[in-house]
Design a protein around this ligand. Structure first.
Ligand code: SAJ
Length: 428
């Protein structure tokens, strides 16, 4: 049994702290946010994630998860704080990591282990974290252990993947990697692979970049298919019959705090060679504007439109970097009277560009409906019900989740991203 201090109780830190507590460790969970504190002190999970409430209740009832606002002395410190990018320069904002490290410095003792879980540009553990920790007078790699153990869990499946996924422990030295591996072995059932810190950092960022580039390829296929008048969804299904091909799913863009962010860490590390990665980012970032083009062709402004879905993907409550939100902002700029609807998002959420309404109110009297997120509620929408509320029967499906025939039978004009032939303007 070890005493652990987990800094940051967000999407990664909170479930990780619970897993450690349930594995028998004494866990001090640290988060300065009054909202997180209030929720956890009331026994509630501060995030919407399947099964997280049960896990939090069990961890709190075990008596081994203690929630506080400041770090306390421990055998091991796990840093799981955000690493956003600066909007203008796209450079990593490491201020949360640096602050967490500085908070740990006065608490360090010989033999302590410090683990960084946050996704960071390659080199951060060695070149940024280690020098800060060395300010304690204890040398990382000699007097204390330091490792990068990147989180790899998929929002929506966090609990399952925390336990089952393979983990990397990237140590400042092989002994640091070993110490971190021993700690994570207390709850991880997947393989734990030891490496050095910078290689682990690169591997993690490569994983998310791989996905970003592949989504960009799917999105580019969708744009090409529209131009040549082919249904990309059928073509992707056919291509994926090939045993070594797995084209991903086109959509309104890539969001979330990981895949839309991490590739920039590589672009910034080697701008002169990261051309493919940068292009993929711009293809994905261009998709919301393409959705607006499709909407303009379906129903010109200033009519009222219902945009269904605000989160960055289905069945999560996270709106960070959400392409749906970006579509909503562009629609408002174009002069549409925008109504939003998302059962996973609270109406009082700050930063929404239009009112968030219950489904029936969002649909009433609109001139077009656009499905931007494939939440189950929207996949299962009854076209007859929608037909009874809207003023004009027009629907844009940016995720290809609606039964086109059923909607057409109910009198809808249906536009589907990747399957709506674009008339390409000619210069002649
Ligand atoms: N998306 C598409 N088409 C696809 C797949 C995704 O448009 O075929 C879009 C989604 O709608 C969403 C975005 O991409 O807007 C990202 O969604 P996601 O489900 O691909 O990934 P995240 O951001 O929820 O989680 C990713 C995962 N990384 C990989 O799959 C390589 C997860 O395992 C990581 O732990 C997580 O990033 C992270 O925290 O780094």
């Amino acid at each position: 049994m070890t005493t652990l201090c987990v800094l940051g109780l967000g999407y990664i830190g909170l479930p990780t702290a619970c897993m450690f507590a349930l594995a028998g460790h004494e866990v001090i969970g640290v988060d300065p946010s009054p909202r997180v504190q209030a929720a956890l002190r009331a026994g509630r999970a501060s995030l919407d994630e399947p099964e997280l409430q049960t896990l939090v209740s069990r961890a709190l009832h075990s008596g081994r998860l203690h929630v506080t606002t400041r770090p306390e002395p421990a055998d091991a410190f796990v840093i799981a704080v955000p690493t956003p990018i600066q909007p203008d320069t796209k450079a990593a904002d490491l201020s949360y990591v640096e602050r967490a490290a500085r908070d740990v410095v006065p608490l360090l003792h010989p033999g302590n282990l410090v683990v960084l879980e946050s996704t960071v540009p390659p080199g951060t553990t060695r070149d940024v974290l280690a020098p800060i920790l060395a300010g304690s007078g204890l040398q990382p790699g000699r007097d204390i252990h330091l490792a990068h153990c990147p989180e790899r869990v998929l929002p929506g499946r966090i609990l399952v993947e925390l336990e089952r996924n393979d983990r990397l422990t990237g140590g400042l030295t092989p002994e640091c990697a070993e110490q971190a591996a021993e700690l994570y072995a207390s709850f991880v059932k997947g393989a734990i692979v030891r490496t050095d810190a910078t290689t682990a950092e690169l591997a993690k960022v490569m994983e998310n970049t791989f996905r970003d580039v592949n989504v960009a390829l799917a999105n580019e296929f969708a744009l090409i298919a529209e131009r040549i008048g082919v249904d990309v969804w059928e073509a992707i299904g056919l291509a994926n019959h090939h045993p070594r091909v797995n084209v991903l799913t086109p959509g309104p863009g890539v969001g979330g705090h990981c895949i839309a962010v991490d590739p920039w860490f590589l672009v910034n590390a080697a701008p002169e060679v990261a051309a493919l990665i940068r292009t993929a980012r711009s293809v994905n970032d261009g998709m919301p504007a393409h959705v607006i083009d499709l909407l303009l062709r379906l129903a010109p402004p200033p009519g009222p439109v219902a945009l269904l879905g605000v989160t960055y993907k289905a069945e999560v409550d996270d709106i960070r970097e959400s392409p749906a939100l970006h579509v909503a902002e562009l629609a408002a700029e174009r002069g549409y009277d925008v109504r939003l609807c998302d059962p996973h998002v609270r109406p009082e959420t700050p930063g929404l560009p239009a009112p968030l309404l219950p489904l029936a109110r969002a649909l009433r009297d609109v001139e077009a409906v656009a499905v931007l997120v494939d939440h189950r509620t929207f996949r299962e929408l009854d076209p007859a019900m929608v037909a009874g509320l809207v003023r004009q029967r027009r629907v844009l499906d940016a995720r290809n989740v609606l039964d086109r025939d059923a909607w057409r039978q109910n009198g809808f004009e249906v536009s589907v991203l990747g399957a709506s032939a674009l008339r390409v303007p000619t210069s002649a």
